[in-house]
Design a protein. Sequence first.
Length: 245
Amino acid sequence: MLEYKLYVNRENDEKETVKYTDLLESLKEKHGINYERIYIEQLTGTDKEELIESIRLISRKNGIGVVSKGGGALPVSRNKKISKNGILIQTEDKRPRNVYPHEVNKKRIDIISHLESMIKADDVSHVTDQESISEQDISHMISTFPELIEEGLVFMDTEVETSGGRIDAVFISKDEEHLLIEIEIEARDNAIGQVQRFVTYSEKFGITRDRIRLGIVCAKISESRLNACKGAGVEVYTLSLEKKA
C-alpha cells in the first residue's frame, strides 16, 4: 500500500505547503492514498538522523541524486542537514520507496510535478517519473525471467535474511548450485564486500560452500570494479535496459 510522509518547516512559504497538502488531499480522494504531515522542527536528533539515512538508502537503491549541489534545493545539504524546503517520502507497505525532490539523469523531479502525475493517472502503479531502471524493476525482471541470467536457472526467493546481510535474490542452477544475488543500479566497491558476506547462507541453510555462487546483477559497472569482482570470484551480470513507461 502506497502512503506519503510530507516533511515541512514552519518557516516554509505557507502557499507552497498548502499546495502540497491540497495535492495530497486530491490524491487521497481519487486513489485512496493516505499521507501524514510532519514538522521538521519537531523531530528529535535521532529522528533526523533516521530520516537522512532513509533518504540516502532510497538514493542508493534508485540511483537518484538527493544532495544539494547549488542547483536547487534537494532533501539533504552537503553538510548533511535536512532541507527546509519540503521533503516528500513515498512508502510502500511502510518501507521507503522514493523521495521528492530528487534528480535523475540531470532532470529534477519535484514534489508538485510528481503528485500531479499521480493524480492524473488512472492507475498509479503505471506512474514513473524516472528515466532509469530501479532495483525493484531488476528484482522483478530476474525473478520472473531467471533465464536472463543463465539458462536452466530457477528462482527461489527474494530478500533472504542471513547474519551476513540480506540477499536480494536466490536462485538454483541446473547443477543444483545456489546463486546468491546482490542487485545494484551501479555496482560500487561496497557491493563486492556485501555479496562476499553472503557466505553465511551456507551456515543458515546447511549448504556446503562449494555449492554456493556469489553474484551481482546491475545496470552498470566500471571496468575497475568488474576486474575486482573477477578477482574476488563474484559473478557479474549487467542489464542494459531503460524504462520507457
